[in-house]
Design a protein around this ligand. Structure first.
Ligand SMILES: Nc1ncnc2c1ncn2[C@@H]1O[C@H](COP(=O)(O)OP(=O)(O)OP(=O)(O)O)[C@@H](O)[C@H]1O
Ligand SMILES: [Mg+2]
Length: 297
């Protein structure tokens, strides 16, 4: 099996994952050093101010796959578009409590959390009103710390908290970065993929220096890899050169099934469990959680 010339919806298993992927997709060192296992609970902000690069798809599917591995996982939807909420089957119109109320009115996060259809996976939903928070927060007291405090109160209940950030570098994203221990950046295997990344890294650094000294850019994930184009390979190679072992060995392929799943309110592992996208995100979850002990009860 190779990752080259794989049509968009090839047979299940034809997924670009090292070491079965061709050498140019593997990390530069032949024997990659496993990243140090990080203590649970882990709070990971999925961020990239570019729109449509796979933040939500990664949050939803990584979350589902971590839950499948036995980790209690919370997806915090910090985007007024509410795509992570609807993508996990939560009807987010007319919610009595949502992330807006948590951020603006200091309603306990616990009050808005809902279970998803995947065992062990929970969602703190968002809807359009959260857009108002970006403006309403500007003069607010302790405006950068709202999410951090809210998550601290529920952290004992979870192994992983994944924060789906909006496509901006505004106060919502700052709240996401300030609440997290780590940042995961999805990078689309497209032209201009690295454009704007410098700005994101500077922002991560700003938050680190001023608000959250232990914040770490821990993980880069190449997504929407198209094996038919040379460009995808070039982007993966360039990203690996820049970020070394922060880049996961798994590369998520471009797959129509991944883009169809949200309209059914399901993550890919229940929508099409044997599809290439499901295989890829399972591998992503294994890489991200490597070394962590599963919760037993
Ligand atoms: N690997 C993939 N293969 C095919 N389509 C994908 C893949 N990943 C994401 N998509 C699709 O691309 C679009 C953008 O993805 P997604 O919503 O995850 O990006 P985003 O970064 O969260 O966007 P936004 O910045 O608007 O929040 C969606 O329609 C999604 O279904
Ligand atoms: Mg999104």
């Amino acid at each position: 099996m190779t990752a080259s010339a794989v049509p968009d919806d090839a047979a299940p298993g034809d997924v670009a994952i090292a070491p079965t992927a061709p050498p140019h997709l593997a990390a530069p060192d032949a024997e990659p050093t496993a990243p140090a296992a990080r203590a649970l609970p882990r709070v990971i902000a999925v961020a990239n101010q570019k729109g449509g690069v796979g933040k939500t798809t990664t949050t939803v599917n990584l979350g589902a796959c971590l839950a499948e591995l036995g980790f209690r996982t919370l997806v915090v939807d910090l985007d007024p578009q509410g795509n992570a909420s609807t993508g996990l089957g939560i009807e987010n119109r007319g919610l009595a409590t949502s992330m807006y109320h948590v951020i603006m009115h200091e309603v306990p996060l616990e009050d808005c959390i809902e279970p998803s259809s995947v065992k062990g996976l929970f969602v703190a939903p968002a809807s359009l009103d959260l857009a108002g928070a970006e403006i309403e927060l500007v003069p607010a007291f302790s405006r950068e710390n709202r999410l951090r405090r809210a998550i601290a109160a529920v952290l004992d209940d979870y192994d992983f908290v994944l924060i789906d950030c909006p496509p901006s570098l505004g106060l919502l994203t700052v709240n996401g970065l300030n609440a997290a221990g780590e940042v995961l950046v999805p990078i689309q295997c497209e032209y201009y993929a690295l454009e704007g990344l410098g700005q994101l890294l500077r922002n991560v650094d700003l938050v680190k220096r001023n608000l959250n000294p232990t914040l770490e850019l821990s993980t880069i994930l190449c997504v929407m890899y198209d094996a038919r184009t040379k460009l995808s390979d070039q982007v993966v190679q360039e990203v690996r050169e820049h970020f070394g072992d922060k880049v996961l060995r798994t590369v998520v392929p471009r797959s129509v099934r991944l883009s169809e799943a949200p309209s059914f309110g399901q993550p890919i592992i229940t929508f099409d469990p044997t599809s290439r996208g499901a295989v890829a995100y399972r591998e992503v979850a294994k890489e991200v959680s490597r070394g962590a002990t599963r919760r037993t009860g």
